[in-house]
Design a protein around this ligand. Structure first.
Ligand SMILES: [Zn+2]
Length: 476
């Protein structure tokens, strides 16, 4: 195997691989010239903090325990909802359960072998924590664009400010933040040879997809800016001392689809007699979260209520998928098929209905949601193919070049593949991706269907090398 002594991981939050061509020439060239896993996939729910933790642990949510961006905590449902975007909430999760993340991280495994990792994180504070959750215990460093109060290693912030100047503002599109991220990556992380593994997390195009729309001038500018930052990072690697021994990984954590209709799901449930709400209260006995997908958690164990809720969801045209124990809810798929098997997982999960219809600008993928961004803005979280398909490209010294690999791959494969590049042991749920030579195995595809009356749903999974992959799912 080629000798790899550095790995640079660049994350384009929310980027859809079908939108790269014509908008991001540097990234398009990188993927064409190197190895592109064109069928790479996210995890479920396809939400940033869940995805971040799957990248950092090589594990499904059922193992790492960040089961949703926001979730009510089983065993303490009268306590506050956990908002994983917030550092104080993640600390609270640790205090309430004994662990923030329940799987070992790439950072921890690297540290055990004496290797270092620096994350330049310019998404939410919570995602910046989850990319290397034990960072302060293992002597690694994570910089957050939100400053010293938002990172577990605040000592790096003044060091970066001294080189790159004051932190930028958060205007959308986040052109200033993307440019600043590029400078931190090139002028501090790479120029000063800070770490064995450098993670650069760009908040775009995710933020612009959400708030400017997937098809908009702001989004075009954001994608161009992210591409420019990537070009600067590639230049810093190729001009640096480790050019011939650095592997580069480019990825996104999920895609997005356009929101086409907004419904007040909790209001509809209440109108039909279910005491649903987003926070505990005197008139609430079912806690819910929403978006493109959501959870329902009865505040007291109640199999009859789960059955009633499942039937009610399946009777709504706006609902795409329902996950619950099929013994309780006829027509549901078990949460285990999407790896929602954690003690923190909800008993009942739903996905809002979506399809591949062209949305604004003719870009395919639209869906119903329960709120969170302006109507028409982009959203994610569900199992639509345009939410699930992610960017994943590898440039590895001595590795495959000029190839598109159509085999399934996933966020959970990144950590074990990086460890393998360093010649280290890995015990992740993901597989080591065939970045040096094509693998002999052929993927099989499995279609799981479940039906109740007029409601019919299908989940497509793929299997290779003893692993399974979530390809897409929806109502049929
Ligand atoms: Zn994201």
């Amino acid at each position: 195997m080629a000798q790899v002594d550095k790995v640079v991981i660049v994350v384009f939050d929310g980027l859809r691989p079908d939108m790269i061509a014509g908008r991001m020439p540097t990234l398009a060239g990188f993927l064409d010239d190197n190895l592109w896993f064109r069928n790479a996939r996210s995890v479920f729910p396809s939400l940033t903090r869940v995805c971040t933790t799957s990248v950092s642990t090589g594990a499904w949510p059922g193992h790492h325990g960040i089961v949703n961006n926001q979730f009510h905590l089983n065993g303490d449902l009268r306590g506050p909802m956990v908002d994983t975007g917030r550092l104080d909430h993640l600390r609270g999760l640790e205090a309430r359960t004994g662990a923030m993340v329940t799987a070992d991280s790439l950072g921890q495994r690297l540290a055990a072998a004496g290797r270092s990792m620096l994350a330049i994180h310019c998404g939410s504070a919570g995602s910046g924590v989850l990319i290397n959750h034990a960072v302060h215990e293992i002597g690694h460093q994570t910089f957050s664009i939100y400053g010293e109060a938002a990172t577990l290693t605040p000592e790096i912030v003044p060091h970066i400010l001294a080189t790159c100047g004051p932190l930028p503002g958060h205007e959308v599109p986040k052109l200033d933040i993307v440019a600043y991220t590029g400078r931190v990556a090139t002028e501090v992380a790479l120029a000063q040879d800070q770490a064995d593994v450098t993670v650069v997390w760009l908040p775009e195009p995710d933020t612009s997809f959400h708030f400017c729309g997937i098809h908009s001038e702001g989004t075009e500018l954001a994608m161009r800016a992210a591409d420019t930052a990537f070009a600067e990072i590639l230049g810093a690697v190729s001009g640096g001392a480790h050019a011939s021994s650095t592997a580069i990984v480019a990825l996104s954590d999920h895609g997005q689809i356009a929101t086409s209709a907004l419904i007040d799901l909790a209001g509809l449930m209440r109108a039909d007699g279910f005491r649903a709400g987003e926070a505990p209260g005197v008139d609430v006995d079912i806690l819910m979260t929403g978006g493109n997908m959501g959870e329902l958690r009865p505040m007291s164990p109640d199999p009859g209520l789960i059955a009633d809720l499942g039937r009610w969801l399946m009777g709504r045209d706006e609902i795409g998928m329902v996950f619950a124990d099929p013994a309780l809810v006829t027509g549901a798929l078990p949460p285990s098929v999407v790896h929602q098997t954690h003690a923190r997982s909800a008993e009942l999960l739903f996905v809002m209905r979506s399809d591949e219809t062209p949305g604004p600008g003719g870009i395919p993928g639209i869906g119903v949601y329960t709120g969170g961004v302006p109507l028409g803005g982009g959203m994610h979280g569900g199992l639509n193919p345009f939410e699930m398909n992610t960017v994943l490209g590898f440039a590895v010294p001595g590795g495959r070049r000029g190839e598109i690999d159509q085999s399934p791959a996933s966020l959970i494969d990144i950590a074990p593949t990086v460890l393998e590049l360093f010649g280290m042991d890995h015990q992740a749920q993901g597989r080591v991706l065939p970045v040096l030579e094509p693998e002999p195995g052929i993927a099989t595809v499995e279609r799981l269907r479940a039906t109740s009356g007029a409601f019919e749903q299908e989940l497509v999974r793929a299997h290779i090398a003893g692993r399974d992959y979530l390809i897409e799912g929806g109502r049929v």
